[in-house]
Design a protein around this ligand. Structure first.
Ligand code: NAP
Length: 283
């Protein structure tokens, strides 16, 4: 599951940027090496937004640790990214499993010598329904994966960031955390909690030179949002709620995360950034 080939610089010398991006199946901006030498761990990064983030951080020069529950997805992602020339390690990790969380962090440190960047992207929404219909079981599952496991991974990662004398944490929340979606009631509240987690953790680690920020995507074309974007009639209704008149591609979230992971955002911490095509975003 480990694949390390030549770096981004060498690839750029071989392939024109457009050819390379087409081959990689993304339209993300070209690499600039601004994360060279950094080690980034991204949860839930074998598909959708997490994969786009992992790919972008790798393009920016980071050594990237990809993970998700299913080993076959992790293996596929490692083959894809290492085949494109990136330094990548794959570690299966179901964020709700204690052993998996510890193994993810241990393997990342063993392979790359430390951690500089942690992107907490995993989330679940086991059922569609309003907040008052929510069962205790569903509530507990959503808050376990979306909030508690994000904190538990943060607790494991912070000592490693402290060892490096600094680092970056990014939580992936949602526009629904600002404006609850009626049929995603408990999920929306869990994402609001992440906005608070961002501020709470940021305050505690600011003096360690660790910055903690949050991104809140709008509606992004992924498996997770397939019920909103696959059916043309529903997609039309969905896009009516977006001033820009379209849903996003996963890589449109990755650029924002890349910025927050880089020194370009060196004086920003405890903040949440909405990338939602103009959707309403006030608490
Ligand atoms: P996605 O395309 O469905 O991808 C989900 C990824 O998460 C897969 O790699 C999956 O792989 C992994 N995964 C699922 N459960 C996991 C778990 N318990 N532990 C570890 N990995 C897990 O989803 P997405 O749309 O990119 O969503 C990513 C994040 O963006 C989530 O936090 C979501 O709430 C947020 N978000 C999405 C949208 C949107 O419109 N798509 C909007 C706002 C926010 P395995 O099956 O192998 O585990």
């Amino acid at each position: 599951m480990i694949g390390i080939l030549s770096g981004a610089v060498r690839r750029r010398a071989i392939y024109p940027a457009g050819v390379l991006m087409k081959a990689m199946g993304t339209q993300a901006p070209s690499a600039n090496g601004k994360l060279s030498g950094k080690v980034a761990v991204v949860t839930a990064s074998t598909d959708g937004i997490g994969l786009a983030i992992a790919r972008r951080l790798a393009e920016d020069g980071a050594n990237v640790v990809v993970s998700s529950r299913k080993k076959e997805n992790v293996d596929r992602t490692v083959a894809d990214l290492s085949g494109a020339g990136y330094a990548v390690l794959g570690v299966p990790c179901h964020v709700s499993k204690d052993d998996d969380r510890k193994n993810l962090i241990t393997k990342a440190v063993e392979k790359f010598g430390g951690i500089d960047i942690f992107v907490s992207n995993a989330a679940t929404n086991p059922t569609v329904g309003t907040i008052l219909e929510c069962s205790e079981k569903v509530w507990d599952k959503i808050f376990e994966v979306n909030v508690k496991n994000a904190l538990q991974l943060t607790q494991l990662v912070v000592p490693h960031l402290q060892q490096r004398k600094g680092g970056v944490i990014v939580y992936v929340a949602s526009i629904a955390g600002y404006q609850p979606m009626p049929l995603l009631g408990p999920y929306s509240v869990s994402k609001t909690a992440l906005l608070g987690l961002t501020k709470a953790v940021a305050q505690q680690v600011a003096s360690d030179n660790i910055r903690v920020n949050c991104v809140a995507p709008g509606i992004v074309k992924t498996k997770f949002s397939s019920f909103l974007v696959q059916n043309p009639a529903i997609l039309e209704k969905t896009t009516e709620t977006v001033p820009m008149g379209r849903v996003a591609e996963p890589h449109e979230m990755a650029g924002l995360v890349s910025f927050l992971c880089s020194d370009d955002s060196s004086y920003i911490t405890g903040e949440s950034f909405v990338a939602a095509g103009g959707m309403f975003s006030r608490l």
